[in-house]
Design a binder for this molecule. Structure first.
Ligand SMILES: [Zn+2]
Length: 386
């Protein structure tokens, strides 16, 4: 089984193709004139102009003369923004019990998504996932798909990342990028909050699986690296783990562990994790107990990595707002309690956002490598699925 490097390059900064740098600057700014893009990227206005024209023609950017600033010195150029109407990316997230398919626009917004239950341990039904993605696209006629991102905790699920990536490429005819799911979650968080992220941002993720990733802003580009699983992190609990030891984090505080405890206590039936957060006050003590465990582990990892900030991601953290204070109380006990800790704003949509973010990478690296392909139809209603 081949495993790829878990590193995801969020932005290549000055090492990206010029058109990619323009696209990235405009996306982060929301709307920008050529002069603003030039000062933001360090490239000349003439160079920016040579990229903006073709990007507008390719319908990746659109001009917004209505947003031109009046009163500026000289004659400012027409501002541009990302054209979110003509292209789409597809995202596939494979979790332990849930798969998510999503359709996103070129600015990184999720247009629509769908979750599909799957049996834990079974191989993912890729033709069915490709069909579900194609159905989402069919509901948005006029959008041409540019790329597909597939994200999973590959190692934890024992899946062959490279094989799944190439099978999805074959099924959909699209450029497919894969990513480790915690790195992708961190990349998505990072991508959507570009401002105030210098230095090292530590992302701790908890849902079915638990792990962390660090995004490092090097000034010339940003990488999400140092991705680690916390599945077997020792917590001191007496829960037996499949690895032969007791007290590992995932069997203590993962979704399945909490579900099993809630079932044994007669609080929920079945195995739908959504039931955990719908069970009201009865489940609160179990969720608070998990929150305390996750908070202690977060504090330990933070004190090890010494990041500039910590962002908590995944429904293990965000599923029950009432216990967030329990997580923060444990974080306050660690050595580096001055490092700010915040929660993702994506909540339950993070799997859709993260897979669509991974799909955006080839577009932001080199947009003309994708849109200029002569064989790509202008506006197919669905990807070619065998
Ligand atoms: Zn273990």
């Amino acid at each position: 089984m081949r495993h790829r490097s878990p590193t995801i390059t969020v932005t290549r900064g000055r090492f990206a193709a010029t058109a990619g740098q323009v696209l990235e600057h405009v996306r982060a700014a929301g709307c920008a004139a050529r002069e603003e893009i030039a000062s933001g990227t360090g490239l000349s206005v003439a160079t920016i102009g040579r990229s903006v024209g073709p990007l507008v023609e390719a319908r990746l950017l659109r001009e917004r003369p209505d947003l031109a600033r009046t009163g500026a010195v000289g004659r400012p150029s027409t501002p541009v923004q990302i054209d979110t109407d003509h292209f789409a990316v597809l995202g596939v997230h494979i979790g332990r019990r849930i798969a998510t398919v999503a359709l996103g626009d070129v600015a990184g917004r999720v247009i629509t998504h769908r979750t599909i239950r799957r049996s834990a341990g079974a191989a993912p039904d890729l033709p069915a996932l490709a069909r579900a993605a194609s159905d989402l696209l069919a509901d948005e006629p006029g959008r041409a798909p540019l790329a597909l991102g597939v994200v999973a905790p590959w190692r934890d699920l024992g899946l062959d990342e490279a094989a799944i990536e190439s099978e999805l490429a074959e099924l959909t005819g699209l450029d497919v990028r894969s990513g480790d799911h915690i790195a992708a979650v961190a990349a998505a968080e990072y991508f959507h909050r570009r401002q105030g992220t210098t230095g090292v941002t530590l992302y701790v993720y908890a849902r079915d699986t638990i792990g962390f990733a660090a995004a490092v802003d090097k000034g010339t580009g940003v990488e999400v690296s140092r991705v680690s699983s916390l599945s077997h992190f020792p917590t001191g609990s007496d829960v037996q783990c499949s690895c032969g030891r007791t007290g590992c984090l995932e069997v203590t505080a993962g979704n399945e562990a909490v579900m099993a405890r809630a079932r044994a206590a007669g609080i929920v039936d079945g195995d739908d994790p959504a039931a955990l957060y719908a069970a009201g006050a009865a489940i609160r003590p179990l969720l608070a107990e998990r929150a305390a465990v996750l908070g202690r582990v977060t504090a330990t990892v933070r004190d090890m990595i010494a990041p500039d900030r910590v962002v908590l991601v995944g429904q293990g953290f965000t599923g029950e707002p009432a216990v967030l204070a329990d997580v923060l109380a444990e974080c306050d006990r660690g050595a580096l309690h001055d490092v700010p800790v915040s929660f993702t704003r994506f909540g339950a949509g993070i799997q859709a956002v993260s897979s669509c973010t991974v799909a955006l990478r080839p577009i932001y690296d080199d947009p003309f490598a994708l849109v200029a392909r002569p064989q790509r139809p202008a506006a197919p209603t669905s990807p070619a699925i065998a």
